[in-house]
Design a protein around this ligand. Sequence first.
Ligand code: PRP
Ligand code: URA
Length: 227
Amino acid sequence: MTSLPSSVTTGPTDLPPNTCALPRTGQLAGLLTAIRDKKTARGDFIFYSDRIIRLLVEEGLNHLPVVEQTVRTPTGLDYNGVSFEGRICGVSIMRAGEAMEAGLRECCRAVRIGKILIQRDEETAQAKLFYAKLPDDIQSRYCLLLDPMLATGGSAIKAVEVLIDHGVPQERIIFLNLVSCPEGLRAMYAAYPQVKVVTAWVDDGLDSHKYIVPGLGDFGDRYFTSN
Ligand code: PRP
Ligand code: URA
């Protein structure tokens, strides 16, 4: 097997205990290299991002409870397995989080989806809440909160606040994210230590404009509007 460069295998350490980063495999590093490349055109950006999103959703679902279930197989024997227990819903932080809805639907066909519109001010990087529309019974569901980028953490923390205001306990929230950084992860842990953060990659940090570095630029623009 080809060995991976240390730039790929080593990342920030001392991450908060609620962080679960995907294993740094060659496949995952390759997918991220493709979407980080500023020369990658939108069609490819979408294709590779969607592959990472699928990995994240599958890992996120691993954090949900299961119950024992026995089934009879076509061989006539019983198989003592498990079935999925918790009722779930997806909540996307608009706009970029909407890119993750299809990946969630591919794994959970009839999943209910809520939306929270939060935008970061381009000058100050402060997150502002505009709108939330969530399933009526959200307080009885596990919530998979969707946003590809965790920079300062302001947007994700505001979204968790909205979910908690709607009766969702923080231990039922799993935040799925493509690229994070230590600053955002620490801010989320300080605010909501029981929210589980599943991230594909933890980058080095933030630049002076509060963009993730090395990062990939503005995810929403690259997925929805660029050439
Ligand atoms: C981006 C991103 C996150 C937020 C991350 O959204 O999708 O929601 O910034 O930054 P933070 O952790 O510092 O809050 P943006 O507000 O740019 O809107 P968009 O989804 O329309 O691109
Ligand atoms: N939003 C993005 O899309 N990218 C960043 O690096 C930070 C916020």
